[in-house]
Design a protein around this ligand. Structure first.
Ligand SMILES: CC(C)(C)c1cc(CCc2ccccn2)cc(-c2ccc(S(=O)(=O)CCO)cc2)c1
Length: 235
């Protein structure tokens, strides 16, 4: 498979996320939401007066694999079914079978100007020898593109997002063919480093993030559980 122009950047950002996901949230992170298995942490960080709070969410979802969670997060055709904060999304370039570039128009959140985003989105399976199941991940990372010109009044969002999933098989039956969905658990870590890309009231962004992220994770994971319920397991 030939290397495309973004292959080296993608490799670097994926490796950075694989390190970052292991960093503990015990110092300097606030637990801003806890609901069942879901825990959402945030660090308060501002850059030139703009809120760029890193967000880390841990969740365990029964009945699905990490591959299924990542697949539904990465695939274009499902996006508008679980994403409630978008006016539109489209693929503007395909770099390889696992890497595309999205251009998205986000719903305007008054009084801020409307945001748009342009990012490469890469899905990958990392087979680690010790565990029996591989780790699946998706990274969304802002990139400029000639087909996504920055056009006022829209403000370009800067996003660096990773969804990293491990699959646990509880009480594995002797024959792997006999694995049922009730044996499955997906341990998900979602990391979002988002710069709204221009002035927004910092209290506003923090409140929106505090409300939107847990809602988004809950809605997205419930959507995948519903979509996969009667389908063969995708390991
Ligand atoms: C305020 C904050 C929560 C930081 C926020 C504001 C906005 C801009 C528009 C917006 C959306 C929702 C609420 C307010 N403004 C977008 C996002 C955002 C962007 C991308 C992704 S993703 O995980 O890459 C899924 C791809 O569609 C998730 C969230 C976050």
């Amino acid at each position: 498979q030939g290397k495309h122009r973004l292959a080296n950047e993608i490799e670097r950002i994926v490796q950075e996320h694989l390190q970052y996901v292991r960093e503990s949230v015990s110092h300097g992170w606030d637990l801003i939401h806890q609901e069942g298995e879901m825990k959402v942490y945030r660090r308060e960080v501002e850059e030139n007066g703009i809120v760029i709070d890193p967000l880390k969410c841990f969740h365990t979802i029964k009945g699905v694999t990490g591959h299924e969670i990542c697949r539904y997060f990465w695939e274009y055709q499902y996006r508008m079914e679980w994403e409630t904060t978008l006016d539109s999304t489209k693929i503007i370039e395909v770099l390889d079978p696992d890497t595309v570039i999205f251009f998205q128009l986000h719903k305007r959140v008054w009084p801020a100007a409307q945001r748009d985003s342009c990012f490469w989105s890469h899905i990958r399976c990392i087979s680690n020898s010790e565990e029996d199941q591989p780790t699946w991940l998706v990274v969304n990372y802002t990139t400029p593109h000639p087909l996504a010109p920055i056009k006022s009044p829209q403000v370009r969002l800067v996003a660096n997002v990773a969804l990293i999933c491990e699959t646990i098989i509880n009480e594995p039956p002797l024959n792997p063919q006999d694995i049922k969905r009730e044996n499955l658990e997906c341990k998900l870590t979602y990391v979002a480093l988002i710069n709204p890309g221009g002035w927004v009231p910092s209290v506003g962004v923090r409140n929106v993030a505090k409300r939107e992220y847990p809602r988004f994770i809950k809605r997205f994971t419930s959507y995948v559980v519903d979509q996969t319920r009667d389908k063969p397991i995708l390991f």
